[in-house]
Design a protein around this ligand. Structure first.
Ligand SMILES: [Zn+2]
Length: 291
């Protein structure tokens, strides 16, 4: 763990309060702006190693990554199509950068609709999969290291990324730099002010990924983060994510292994394991425009 001064990255306030201790990880909340974050943040190197193959084929998916990301191809492609539908509501093509593109399913969908897509992905396992299997232009590493020229893109997508990165404001400023003036940023993040988060408190399923999810936003803090980085928010709404019933049943193991085991058996007997459902009230979708 890297020792850094305990100040809010969004508003620089030192007025932080301990919120929850989950899996020996401290969550702090800024009393000034409401940003919630893990403290201390893990070191960059720890994050870089954490997002290799074991993230996508995890032996411990209750705490880290996916049991088998590649096997979720069907629902991930459907999610990519739904997200692309949001993009095409704002622009009809052009140059697109996806930050945190994983294996590149969204890039593929975008290319099929006429976008010229590039991707950045910290995991070489996922990036190489996209390059080798789908012939995509994916840079392995973090956004700053890709050194794109100023104003290179008409649009940037960051699906489920900003909760994972240790310096979100710095990343948003880099996104603003590589976007053209008036260019669009599309992103999703968990909403810590969402219905279930307020009801469940410390037990909110949004916290089950506390080793990966370092920052927790609400509508106000994500708007402030974007505003400070040179964006105007043009849309915020809650965003469903598509998963199989087996995925949800497995995640239930976090609360009760017994219940998870039984629901898993019932789903198997009823052949409902692969039934896909839209899971609501965790994520929010944000569309912002570079000023
Ligand atoms: Zn703050």
């Amino acid at each position: 763990m890297a020792e850094k001064p305990a100040a809010c990255q969004l508003c620089s306030s030192l007025d932080l309060v301990d919120m929850f201790l989950i899996d020996q990880i401290q969550l702090k909340r800024c009393r000034h702006c409401g940003l919630v974050f893990v403290f201390p943040l893990p070191a960059d190197e720890e994050l870089r190693t954490g997002y290799q193959q074991k993230y996508f084929q995890s032996g411990d998916p209750l705490h880290w990554g996916y049991e088998n990301y590649l096997a979720m191809d069907g629902e991930n492609r459907q999610t990519a199509e739904r997200r692309l539908g949001i993009l095409t509501g704002f622009l009809r093509g052009g140059s697109l950068l996806e930050v945190g593109c994983a294996t590149g399913l969204f890039m593929q969908a975008a290319q099929a609709k006429g976008f010229a897509a590039k991707g950045v992905e910290i995991s070489d396992f996922a990036a190489a999969h996209g390059r080798e299997n789908y012939k995509l232009d994916i840079f392995t590493g973090i956004l700053r290291d890709a050194r794109f020229a100023d104003a290179s893109f008409d649009a940037v997508a960051m699906w489920d990324v900003l909760e994972h990165v240790p310096a979100p404001l710095r990343d948003l400023e880099e996104v603003a730099r590589v976007l053209k003036s008036g260019g669009y940023l599309f992103l999703t993040v968990p909403n810590i002010n969402s219905f279930w988060a307020r009801i469940m408190g410390k037990n909110w399923f949004g916290f089950t990924k506390i080793r990966e999810h370092l920052f927790y936003y609400n509508r106000r803090t994500i708007t402030q983060a974007l505003s400070q980085s040179g964006f105007n928010v043009v849309r915020i709404k809650s965003s469903p994510f598509l998963v199989t019933l087996k995925f949800l049943s497995d995640k239930m193991g976090r609360y009760s292994r017994l219940l998870s085991g039984w629901s898993g058996k019932v789903l198997k007997v009823c052949r409902l394991e692969n039934k896909k459902v839209n899971f609501q009230y965790i994520d929010m979708l944000v569309v912002a425009r570079k000023r």
